[in-house]
Design a protein around this ligand. Sequence first.
Ligand SMILES: Cc1cc2nc3c(=O)[nH]c(=O)nc-3n(C[C@H](O)[C@H](O)[C@H](O)COP(=O)(O)O)c2cc1C
Length: 396
Amino acid sequence: MFSARDFETAARDRLDPVHADFVAGGARDEITVRANEEAYTRLRLLPRVLRGRAVPDLDVTLFGGRARTPVLLSPTAFHRLVDPEGELATARAAAAAGAIMIASMASTVAVGEVAAAARAAAPGETVPLWFQLYLQPDPGITEALVRRAVDAGCTALVVTVDSPVLGASERNRRNGFHDLPAGLRCENLVDLRDGERGHVRQIEMSPEFSWDHITRLREITGLPILLKGVLHPEDARLAVRHGVAGLLVSNHGGRQLDTVPATLEVLPEIVAAVAGRIPVLLDGGIRRGTDAVKALALGARAVGIGRPVMWALAADGEKGVRRLLELLREEIEDALALCGAAGLDELTPDLVRPAWSGRHFGGAGVGGAGVGGAGVGGAGVGGAVFGEAVLGGGAS
Ligand SMILES: Cc1cc2nc3c(=O)[nH]c(=O)nc-3n(C[C@H](O)[C@H](O)[C@H](O)COP(=O)(O)O)c2cc1C
């Protein structure tokens, strides 16, 4: 295997087509699924040379925890659907790579066991494990889940806020895939209430959640809270105002509201809105080290991967995920060195620019105002953001 794409192909060969569709699919026409990946193809890296830099260092510190790579494992449900060891295998691979894993609330292994597997795979090293949470209408259930995450040793909560209802995957509907097969269940949802022995609760989604629920969550836990799924800059400002510790810019890999922008497209606006007060992370469409480097250069502190982890796990279990993380690490190191950067903090917006559209040939030249506007998302919001907030009016 030489790239994340190789794992995608291998996974498709191995998986039941219904499960392969569950992993690959998105909401409705999957416009956002495609947009996430395509966004990276419309940006170019502009390297610096002869900077006399050391070998690149990929360490990143977030909320007091240290990771050896800026690539984190975004929360994905049902790992045992694609591999018998499921989340245990993923956790071991992540820990060995020094990568932060966000354990999904919809995990097919309980978070306590996921944490134990991670610890055993990296003895003497504390690789952060975070827990992804869907707020539940019954506050007692939310509290019980938080307690489980704390007991497991998770060091942050990632609250997914883009899911007031479940995204409509037409692939799943056509395939009749609505539930886990016999023998698999969401282990974090078992026995959440006294007197419910063996009962597995359903994850409940609700459009009634509001900022008050985030405030209440902060009252019951001292863990840093990140919000996953913020796309609007005004919500980013509100998040800061409500004491949120970080944002994971995400559109759920295009699995919730179809036709929302690519995450890369909104990143500069969110970064500008937050103005350095809290870290901004991003996921969606990252398939190469150069994708990661572009997002990092535009202000993300770390980037998450979802489907590639599922593909690698399906293709070759723990070994597959290890190899995937190794490949992405190599690709990022390579891109950093070729950009003349010794560390992630040397990745700056001037190293990224929109692909030349060709439309302004003979005009202001590459990087001129025309290219900045037309190259990324045309003259609308996306173009304006890249032109003004990030690339300095295209005059850089
Ligand atoms: C199979 C699958 C399951 C997912 N399950 C969850 C989940 O349980 N909770 C959540 O917040 N996001 C979930 N996501 C979204 C991911 O966390 C992430 O936002 C997305 O996959 C990133 O895009 P990428 O797949 O292009 O890397 C899931 C995504 C996939 C592909």
